[in-house]
Design a protein around this ligand. Structure first.
Ligand SMILES: *Cc1c(COP(=O)(O)O)cnc(C)c1O
Length: 386
C-alpha cells in the first residue's frame, strides 16, 4: 500500500496542493479544472469585509444567517460550524454518552468517517445499515443518523428516509441527518423534501457542496437540540467564525436550484462519450464517477499487472489527472477518510462552460499514462508524494 493511513493521506493532500500551486504560478488559474463539486466560494463585498473588523459585523451576519439558513434548511434555529464533520462531532458530543448506541442508515457504503470517529471519541457503540429490513434501534440507542446523500452522491429513498425517522420517533430518539450534499441534491434534483420538513430533529449540510459557498457546516433543527449542540461547539471551538458565516450567508443567497440543474444537464452526454471506449464510468446525479472496484476491473480486463492496491490506483490516477491535465478531483485533495472514488462533477464553475471533448481528451490521455505508471510501484509512489 502506498497510501495506507491518515498521515499518508495528509501527505498526499499536501503534495497535491503543491502541484496546484505550481500549475497556478506557471500557467495560471485557467489551466486548472476543479471537478470536485466543491466550490470553496467566498462571496463578500468590500463593505461586508470592512464590517468584519469589529463585533458589529458578526452581529449582523449572525442574524442574517438565521434568516437564510431557515429558508434553505427549514427548522426552528440554525447554527454555523467549521465543517460538516464539526457539526457531526458537536451533535454526538451533545447527545450521545459513553455506553450509548448510534444507528446510522444510508443508501450505500461508505459512510462519512466523521460519524464512527465521533462515536469512538465518546465511547459509544455504532452500527450502520444500508438495508431497511436489517435496520435496528437498540435499547441503548440515543441517536439515529441518516445520510441524505453519500460522499459518492448515492441518494436515499424518501420513503425509507421517512420510515427511519418514524422508527426513531416511536422511541423518542432524535434524528440527525448528514445532508452534506443532500440538502441540495435531494431537493433540487430528486425533488425530495428538506430533512427538517420530513421530521428530522437536526440536519447538517456542507456550504461548499453544490452551492457557491466556503467549506463550512450549516446546521438547523429543533431549537432545544441546536442549543445543546451549540454549547459543545462553543466549548470545543467547532463553531464557524464570522468571516465564514459571512461567506455562508452569501453562498446561500447565490444558490439556486435552476442553476444547479442547468449545470448538470450535460451529464448524460458526457457519460455517453466516456462509455464509447470505457466500461469503468458510472453516472452520478451531477456527472460521472469511477469507483475503486470498476477501475481495478478495467485494469484486470486490460491485463495490466500492478502491485498497487485498488485505493492507491484511484489516488495515482487522481494525481496524474492533476499533474498532467490540471484536473482537480477529490482523491487528490480530499481530507483523510474521504472517498477514493474519482468523481467528475459538472456542477462547478470551472467546467460549466467547458467543451466536453476537451475534458474527454484529458481524461483519456491521463488514463493511458496511468496504465503505464501503475506497473512501476516506485514511480507511482513518487507521483503521489512528489
Ligand atoms: C463531504 C461530506 C461530509 C464532510 O464534510 P466536511 O466539510 O469535510 O466536514 C460528511 N458527510 C458527507 C455525506 C459528505 O459528503
Amino acid at each position: 500500500m502506498i497510501v495506507d493511513n491518515s498521515l499518508d493521506e495528509v501527505k498526499k493532500r499536501e503534495s497535491a496542493l503543491k502541484v496546484i500551486k505550481s500549475i497556478m504560478e506557471k500557467d495560471g488559474r485557467a489551466s486548472l479544472y476543479d471537478v470536485t463539486g466543491l466550490s470553496g466560494g467566498f462571496i463578500a463585498s468590500e463593505d461586508e469585509l470592512n464590517l468584519l473588523e469589529t463585533y458589529v459585523g458578526p452581529a449582523i451576519f449572525e442574524d442574517e444567517l438565521q434568516i437564510q439558513a431557515k429558508k434553505h434548511l427549514g427548522g426552528e434555529k440554525a447554527l454555523a460550524v467549521n465543517r460538516t464533520s464539526s457539526g457531526i462531532l458537536a451533535s454526538i458530543l451533545a447527545l450521545v454518552k459513553e455506553g450509548d448506541h448510534v444507528s446510522h442508515f444510508l443508501a450505500q457504503y461508505p459512510a462519512h468517517p466523521s460519524i464512527p470517529r465521533s462515536c469512538n471519541i465518546v465511547k459509544a457503540d455504532y452500527d450502520e445499515y444500508i438495508n431497511i429490513d436489517e435496520f435496528k434501534i437498540e435499547d441503548n440507542t440515543s441517536l439515529v443518523v441518516i445520510t441524505g446523500s453519500t460522499m459518492d452522491h448515492q441518494v436515499i429513498d424518501e420513503d425509507l428516509f421517512i420510515r427511519v425517522i418514524e422508527m426513531a420517533h416511536e422511541r423518542d430518539i432524535p434524528v440527525l441527518v448528514d445532508d452534506a450534499s443532500g440538502a441540495r441534491l435531494r431537493t433540487a434534483v430528486f425533488k425530495q423534501k428538506r430533512a427538517c420538513d420530513l421530521g428530522a430533529d437536526l440536519v447538517v449540510t456542507s456550504t461548499d457542496k453544490l452551492m457557491p459557498g466556503p467549506r463550512g457546516g450549516l446546521m438547523a433543527g429543533k431549537e432545544n437540540l441546536i442549543d445543546q449542540v451549540k454549547i459543545k461547539a462553543n466549548q470545543f471551538g467547532l463553531e464557524a467564525q464570522p468571516p465564514l458565516i459571512l461567506a455562508m450567508v452569501n453562498g446561500i443567497k447565490n444558490y439556486s436550484e435552476e442553476n444547479l440543474i442547468k449545470a448538470i444537464s450535460r451529464k448524460d452526454d458526457f457519460y455517453e462519450m466516456l462509455s464509447k471506449d470505457y466500461k469503468l464510468f458510472e453516472k452520478t446525479p451531477t456527472g460521472c464517477m469511477v469507483s475503486e472496484n470498476s477501475l481495478k476491473n478495467q485494469l484486470d480486463d486490460l491485463d495490466i499487472e500492478t502491485e498497487l492496491s485498488d485505493k492507491d490506483l484511484c489516488f495515482l490516477w487522481a494525481m496524474i489527472l492533476l499533474r498532467e491535465e490540471g484536473i482537480i478531483t477529490i482523491p487528490a485533495v480530499g481530507m483523510p477518510g474521504a472517498s477514493a472514488t474519482i468523481r467528475f462533477d459538472l456542477s462547478t464553475q470551472d467546467v460549466i462552460d467547458m467543451d466536453l471533448d476537451v475534458l474527454y481528451e484529458k481524461i483519456d490521455s491521463s488514463f493511458k499514462k496511468l496504465l503505464d505508471v501503475c506497473k512501476d510501484s516506485k514511480k507511482s509512489k513518487e507521483l503521489i508524494f512528489n
